[in-house]
Design a binder for this molecule. Structure first.
Ligand code: ADP
Length: 305
């Protein structure tokens, strides 16, 4: 497996309506949609959409929602053989209400994602030791993710950690150093270093601070402001590609999927970050999470436009 993803798998249950219900209230919405979610699954789908071999490692329940989520994941070309259907847990879900203005309210029930442990790492040992790149996020228990990272790094692979959602207490320097690259967005950066970057210059300062805290290479994602990178080889910013954004859900996941794809192909960091930024930008031009991930052809068109 070229790119392994160790992380969360959810089924998103999205209800659209004029407004969000108030506590104690029942309202009629207009439509609903079931779709794949979870940062791990979104990143795996983004990788597969680009044409890299992607393998998902994680857990669902053994229920109808698992079938819906895993069928969609497989439809993008992701190998789901290492996903355990755990009969003692429920598939993770996100209950998402969206009003007419696009404002949302979300309840996540992690379910089987929180049951991920060392046995999932063991089951995937052969795949992890052959992976060129491992993608991690923070929606499954950190200890298991760190064990997966150790196998990949000791076999010469590269580990990319998306510290999302960022824990309120931040991350230890050991955890930051367990990955080759950490990729927080603005709000996750604020949780990790105590202040919010807004401008590209802020982003560089924040990325530098993350390295001082233990990160080897830090990429601070700044939404429509682009991203800022601090690495042992130098610092640089990549501006956002000008696109007509309609839905920014999973832009960061598509960015990380693109980064993994480009680095697995052997691209130097600066080129890979530009590729990732194009993936993030294209993801904002379509609705949905995994469904919004671009193909390599679409990225190539934006990069040469
Ligand atoms: P997250 O989804 O994790 O909050 P961001 O919103 O920072 O992450 O998006 C990740 C990357 O996607 C950004 O660094 C940028 O390169 C790209 N991106 C995000 N929003 C836009 C946008 N509106 N226009 C162009 N590129 C964008």
């Amino acid at each position: 497996m070229t790119i392994a993803v160790f992380g969360s798998i959810n089924l998103d249950i999205i209800a659209y309506g004029g407004r969000l219900p108030r506590p104690g209230e029942t309202i009629h919405g207009t439509s609903y949609r079931l779709g794949l979610g979870g940062k791990g699954a979104n990143q795996a789908a983004a990788v597969a959409r680009l044409g890299s071999r992607a393998g998902m490692i994680g857990r669902t329940g053994d229920d109808a929602f698992a079938a819906t989520a895993l069928d969609e994941l497989a439809s993008y070309g992701v190998d789901t053989a290492l996903v355990l259907r755990d009969a003692s847990s429920a598939t993770g879900i996100a209950l998402i209400g969206v009003d007419a203005k696009g404002e949302n309210a979300i309840t996540v029930i992690a379910g089987a994602n929180h049951a991920v442990d060392a046995s999932d790492v063991e089951r995937a040992r052969a795949t992890l030791s052959q992976a060129k790149v491992l993608l991690l996020q923070l929606e499954v228990p950190l200890v298991a993710s760190l064990a997966a990272a150790a196998i990949v790094r000791s076999s010469g692979g590269l580990v990319i950690l998306d510290p999302a959602p960022a824990p309120a207490l931040g991350l230890s320097s050991e955890t930051l150093a367990a990955a080759d690259i950490v990729t927080p967005n603005e709000s996750e950066t604020a949780t990790l270093i105590g202040w919010t970057p807004h401008t590209p210059e802020d982003g560089l300062g924040a990325a530098r601070e993350l390295r001082a805290k233990g990160a080897r290479t830090a990429i601070v994602k700044l939404g429509a402001t682009g991203c800022a990178v601090s690495s042992p080889d130098g610092e640089f910013c990549v501006p956002a590609f000008p696109v007509k954004a309609i839905d920014t859900v999973a832009a960061g996941d598509c960015f990380n999927g693109g980064l993994a794809h480009a680095l697995a192909l052997g691209q130097p960091l600066a080129e890979a970050v530009r590729f990732a930024a194009a993936c993030g930008a294209l993801a904002t031009t379509k609705p949905g999470a995994a469904a919004a991930a671009p193909t390599a052809q679409e990225v190539a068109r934006l990069l040469t436009a």
